[in-house]
Ligand binder design. Structure first.
Ligand code: OAD
Ligand code: ZN
Length: 246
């Protein structure tokens, strides 16, 4: 089977990396962005632009907290896809998980080397001094009408510690992601439409520098042309099937 072949390749590879997207968390009850019923059906992405955060921080924060409650508000737990990637790392065949997700579920499932390209929704960061803190108490302040929330040190605006549209990615994370793509003999993209730059360029980087590309996704992606194993499947079935065979 394809799962067995991928498992064999992983076991034989010197280095392997995974890139994940919202599709690995849909089974945990978090909608993805672009599928029907996805986050961008309910919310307008332009509301979460960095420029909007600066020009209308009150409006930005009110919508952000609504979105956070709708998307991450339930009892969110890792699913079989996260667990399988954790298992592959513990088995010593997967070096790095690069994720576009901001839900922290890879770490919750036991993945240790996780590169968060788009930040983490459980944190906020001061837009003035860069100090980070837990998001929950700040969200409570917003709900209580304390908008916009400000830094107690410098009075700067607090911002979700996630990459907003119009913001660049955290440079250290991006560098680590590119390094793991270049080093990888096997590059496994899972649960992502691979449509948002620069994360979406990582599979091409990996292939250009010698990797075999495996994609596990419900639908085709823009890199189908260079994908050696295109597994149109549910990540909660295919990733455990691979992990079970390593
Ligand atoms: P998308 O919503 O663009 O893509 C999710 C993909 O996962 C789709 O191709 C789905 O078909 C697939 N999918 C959903 N459930 C699945 C399952 N159980 N098994 C297999 N595949 C499944 O989400 P991302 O690619 O993560 O950025 O989107 C990338 C970025 O766009 C996000 O990080 C976010 C958004 O704008 C920022 O907010 C900066
Ligand atoms: Zn500050």
């Amino acid at each position: 089977s394809a799962a067995a072949e991928v498992a064999r390749m992983l076991a034989a590879a010197d280095s392997a990396a995974a890139l994940t997207g919202a599709g690995v968390s849909t089974a945990s009850g978090i909608p993805d962005f672009r599928s029907e019923g996805g986050i961008w059906d309910e919310f307008d992405p332009s509301e979460f632009r960095y420029a909007r955060f600066r020009s209308d921080p009150d409006g930005f924060w009110e919508r952000r907290v609504e979105m956070h409650a709708a998307v991450y508000g339930g009892d969110i737990e890792p699913n079989a896809a996260h667990e399988a990637l954790g298992t592959l790392e513990q088995a010593g065949v997967l070096d790095t998980v690069v994720t576009q997700n901001i839900d922290g579920l890879h770490q919750a499932a036991g993945s240790e080397t996780v590169v968060e390209l788009h930040g983490n929704a459980d944190r906020v960061i001061c837009d003035g001094c860069g100090q980070q803190q837990r998001a929950a108490p700040v969200h409570e302040r917003v709900v209580d009408g304390d908008v916009p929330p400000r830094c107690s040190d410098c009075e700067g605006l607090l911002k979700p510690d996630v990459v907003l549209f119009g913001e660049s990615l955290p440079q250290t994370a991006l560098q680590r992601a590119r390094e793991s793509a270049r080093e990888a003999d096997i590059f496994l993209a899972a649960g992502s439409s691979l449509s948002v730059q620069p994360a979406s360029s990582l599979p091409r980087t990996a292939v250009r520098t010698g990797a075999t590309l495996v994609v596990v996704n419900l639908e085709e992606t823009p890199v189908s042309d260079i994908t050696e194993y295109e597994l149109l499947a549910d990540v909660t079935e295919m990733l455990p099937a691979i992990a079970d065979r390593v």
